[in-house]
Design a protein around this ligand. Structure first.
Ligand SMILES: *[C@@H]1O[C@H](CO)[C@@H](O)[C@H](O)[C@H]1NC(C)=O
Ligand SMILES: *[C@@H]1O[C@H](CO)[C@@H](O)[C@H](O)[C@H]1NC(C)=O
Length: 279
């Protein structure tokens, strides 16, 4: 009830895409670029450095969509991270990480959820398409009841609010969007066996068509404020849950494409699986 009334008091922000307006390039010098009048953002990685950007705004709940086209060819050892995160030791975080691979071998989409500084909730997936040929849409729906990860509007993972059984859920710390492209060849590809081939550098990932239907947090103030919209299409994420069709799709992805699920990793949790896995 508290959350519902909070949400009602929020004014919604629907951001039209201009990447100059929405993001700061934060590191990597010329390796991070916004192009085409704000319609395209690229990150690159070479032997000297990776690069990254972050959102200007902080969000507390929302639906965040971005289209990404990942490093093509031999991307082994590279990681493209795209995530939401708050600050500090007890931060919350919602992660997409794309682990590169040798030409023709599949990327892994790694996901994780941190609450109150604690993560360790990894699920990993192969994709049902080659993510380096075209742009695909990666989305996070974050409302007080659940977090849903989607790829091209197909749900791949749901993390439900389990505060009632003592599992913290991100409900109060505003998050920014971050992305970076970096060298992770000590672990990313086949557990670190395959190293980056620097003769193929620079490696480049591209971003476009960002949309945030979200509550924007303005510092020092306890309510969100921005452009308003009351249409159902803009605000549906607030109470969004998986309907029968979405649930069927989620099951399809999990059955055919999920390659790791912490909730099935009994060896890792000899004292018993985390509580959210036992529901
Ligand atoms: C890379 O390809 C190998 C061989 O197909 C596969 O086992 C692995 O899961 C792939 N992805 C990553 C990121 O290692
Ligand atoms: C941009 O994203 C919106 C949804 O946020 C989608 O409806 C539209 O088709 C996308 N545009 C392109 C060019 O893919």
């Amino acid at each position: 009830m508290l959350f519902l009334s909070l949400l009602v008091s929020f004014v919604m922000a629907a951001t039209a895409s201009n990447l100059y307006q929405d993001f700061y390039l934060t590191w990597g010098d010329h390796r991070a670029q916004i192009l085409d009048d704000g319609q395209l953002l690229t990150l690159s990685l070479d032997k000297v450095s990776g690069s990254g950007f972050q959102s200007k705004m902080e969000y507390l709940f929302g639906r965040i969509d971005m289209q990404l086209k990942l490093v093509a060819g031999n991307s082994a050892g590279t990681v493209t991270a795209y995530y939401l995160s708050s600050q500090g030791a007890t931060h919350d975080e919602i992660d997409f990480e794309f682990l590169g691979n040798l030409t023709g071998d599949p990327y892994i989409l790694h996901t994780n959820v941190f609450t109150q500084g604690k993560g360790g909730r990894e699920q990993q997936f192969y994709l049902w398409f080659d993510p380096t040929i075209n742009f695909h849409t990666y989305s996070i729906i974050w409302n007080p009841q659940r977090i849903i990860f989607l790829v091209d509007d197909i749900p791949i993972r749901e993390f439900s609010n389990a505060e009632s059984i003592g599992v913290p859920f991100p409900t109060s710390q505003p998050m920014r969007i971050y992305s970076s492209l970096w060298n992770a060849d000590d672990w990313a590809t086949r557990g670190g066996l395959v190293k980056i081939d620097w003769s193929k550098a620079p490696f480049t990932a591209s971003y476009r068509n960002f949309s945030a239907k979200a509550c924007v947090w303005s510092s020092g103030s306890s309510s969100c404020a921005s452009k308003s919209s009351n249409s159902l299409a803009e605000n549906g994420w607030q109470t969004q849950e998986l309907d029968a069709i979405s649930r069927k799709r989620l099951k399809w992805v999990q059955k055919k494409y999920r390659v790791y699920n912490y909730c099935s990793d009994l060896k890792r949790f000899p004292q018993g699986l985390p509580p959210e896995c036992r529901r």
